[in-house]
Design a protein around this ligand. Structure first.
Ligand code: DX5
Ligand code: ZN
Length: 221
């Protein structure tokens, strides 16, 4: 069983409401929301106002991915705006254990995102505090980039570690995901596929989501 999280970064903001309604009626499991501050990543997306408006009409849980420095300062506001899973970047958190505890204290799921160069072994001592790991399969900041294939090895290694320790942590893959690589990603052990361009640039968004949802995974390639 795997899950699909369309990323609205790739949506046309002039008809965002219509796109959210399509996602609502689709087989998507979450709505992935990319918040970028122009400091942690070289791009600016949107902030709390948009997240709150999306949350007002979304029928799927919001999976909010904070690509910002000092995320601790914004945990309360993003949860209050409707985030149900809130992920911070490992690279932006000097006190990650405290940050994750603060997210869970707000009653939502806590996620950690790792840039492509960041080793999964760095999470070893905080795994118990994590509900979701986002493995970035592109350098964060922009949609429409090419999937970094090294990520498949990270997925396998992380999945083994989670299983060895019998933990309940979802692995989400973010960046460059589409029909061409979804099966390999799922077979490596991923649970959630983030899909921006591959669904929003498709001629039929609903169908693109269904196709990703219907992919069968083989056990460990
Ligand atoms: C990248 C973002 C991704 C992005 C994915 O920094 O975190 O969520 O929207 O877009 P695609 O699927 O187009 O690579
Ligand atoms: Zn993202």
């Amino acid at each position: 069983m795997h899950y699909i999280a369309p990323s609205i970064l790739a949506a046309n903001f002039l008809h965002l409401e219509k796109d959210i309604e399509l996602i609502n009626e689709s087989e998507a499991d979450y709505i992935h929301v990319d918040v970028m501050d122009g400091v942690f990543v070289p791009n600016i997306s949107f902030g709390q106002n948009i997240v709150k408006m999306v949350s007002g009409i979304a029928k799927k849980p919001l999976d909010v991915h904070l690509m910002i420095v000092n995320p601790d300062q914004y945990i309360d506001s993003f949860v209050d705006c409707g985030a149900e899973i809130l992920s911070v970047h490992y690279e932006a958190c000097p006190h990650l254990h405290r940050t994750l505890a603060a997210i869970r204290e707000k009653g939502v799921k806590a996620g950690v995102a790792l840039n492509p160069h960041t080793s999964i072994t760095l999470l070893e001592d905080v795994l118990e505090s994590i509900d979701q790991v986002i493995l970035m399969s592109v350098n964060p900041g922009f949609g429409g980039q090419k999937f970094i294939y090294q990520t498949l090895l990270k997925i396998k290694a992380l999945k083994s570690r989670i299983d060895e320790r019998n933990l309940d942590i979802k692995i989400e893959i973010d960046g460059g995901v589409g029909l061409q690589n979804a099966e390999s990603i799922l077979s490596a052990g991923a649970d959630i596929l983030v899909a921006g361009s591959s669904v929003f640039k498709a001629s039929d968004l609903t169908k693109a989501i269904s196709q990703l949802k219907e992919i069968n995974q083989n056990t460990f390639i």
